[in-house]
Design a protein. Structure first.
Length: 385
């Protein structure tokens, strides 16, 4: 199963597993001094209870901290073969740093670390200090940070994190444990649910993907994005039902052999219902779509990540890339799907354009060609990186 740590902070996982990198960083005197200074900062912060902002701030990466790590990464990368094996063989090949693909190896590594540090700081700021995230209505901290009880919880979490220190820790590890622990305290482990994605709910459909004769169909897949309801009674929202009806009709007309439903646990805040799971259930029960013709993408929280995550699934499941898939929407949402505003917002919020959206001759639908840039990971969006 993919862990929250690996999903959200792939750079740190790669540094730990690529031969030579972890020992080199562990032996770096500047990083040893930084690790000791950060540990002292955290220990001293306990005295500031009951101020959770003070406790959280001690775990943040300062500009000086970030610069120290950047310098150490550059030093190791300058050694013969070190940058090549980490950056070329692992980072570039994974696609998870696609936004920086045009940079030289050392610069790509520095940019990836800057993203990682920003993501770690985001965890502390939002889920430790209660600062509003990009979408506070659905992603915010679940605690009242003004209550003294929260400071006690945060202090206890910090002490347990300190106690988990190991002799082979890298300078990042305590911060990583603290940040991922904050997600768990806030019951915000959405990103790790339904993993691995190419298994479980998608196993039967993937078997069909491998057997499909694509030339029999105009499109490989119909993409249906969730419409998060704001009421606890609804599991898919009104527009979700309209989009499913449209997709079921196009499926019956054999426009495509598969339907991909995209949407996470989004609306209302902390809902137990997953949009993709609920849409799959309704497509089977109400429209008689075979279960092995539906794939779920159960993590997207916004239209931007509906696009990005659907692109990831299309590429990972090896749908044909010489044919576009079809985004199936509703009359009121169609103008937004097809406009440049969504493209600009997607690039701004995810760091990349995950594919090309183009007009289609089918009403209330758009052709979509995925791009490998979709695999770029955004550590500052920990519920759906």
């Amino acid at each position: 199963m993919d862990s929250l740590e690996t999903l959200t902070f792939p750079l740190l996982a790669m540094i730990r597993c690529v031969p030579g990198w972890a020992p080199a960083l562990r032996a770096d005197p500047a990083l040893q001094a930084l690790a000791a200074a950060r540990a002292q900062r955290v220990a001293a912060a306990s005295a500031c209870t009951p101020r959770p902002d003070c406790l959280a701030e001690a775990w943040a990466w300062t500009p000086a901290d970030i610069a120290t790590v950047t310098a150490a990464l550059r030093t190791v990368a300058a050694r013969p073969g070190m940058a090549d094996v980490l950056v070329r063989t692992h980072m570039r090949a994974s696609g998870r740093f696609a936004r920086h693909a045009a940079l030289a190896n050392a610069e790509l590594l520095a940019a990836a670390w800057a993203d990682t540090a920003a993501g770690l700081n985001h965890l502390v700021a939002v889920y430790g200090a209660g600062e509003p995230p990009r979408y506070p209505a659905i992603d915010a901290i679940i605690f009242d940070v003004k209550r003294p009880e929260f400071a006690a919880v945060l202090d206890a979490h910090a002490r347990v994190t300190e106690a988990a220190a190991r002799p082979d820790d890298l300078v990042f590890d305590p911060s990583l444990r603290f940040g991922i622990g904050l997600l768990r305290l806030n019951e915000r482990t959405d990103a790790a649910a339904f993993r691995p994605l190419l298994a479980g709910e998608n196993t039967a459909a993937l078997a069909q993907v491998r057997r499909t004769r694509w030339s029999d169909y105009r499109y490989p897949a119909l993409l249906v994005f969730g419409h998060g309801p704001e009421t606890a009674q609804s599991r898919t929202g009104v527009l979700g039902h309209i989009r499913m009806a449209r997709a079921a009709d196009l499926f019956a007309r054999r426009l495509a052999p598969f339907i991909i439903v995209s949407g996470g646990n989004v609306h209302p805040n902390r809902t137990p219902f997953n949009e993709a799971i609920e849409m799959k259930r309704l497509l089977i029960a109400q429209y008689a779509i075979p279960a092995d013709r539906i794939l779920i993408e159960p993590h997207a929280r916004h239209t931007t990540t509906n696009l990005r995550n659907s692109a990831r699934l299309l590429l990972a499941a090896r749908f044909p890339t010489n044919q576009p898939s079809l985004i199936v929407t509703d009359p009121s949402t169609a103008p937004y799907i097809g406009c440049k505003v969504l493209q600009e917002r997607t690039r701004a919020e995810t760091g990349v354009l995950p594919g090309v959206v183009a007009p289609a001759s089918t009403p209330f639908a758009f052709e979509f060609r995925p791009d490998r840039a979709a695999f770029h990971v955004d550590p500052s969006d920990p519920l759906d990186p």
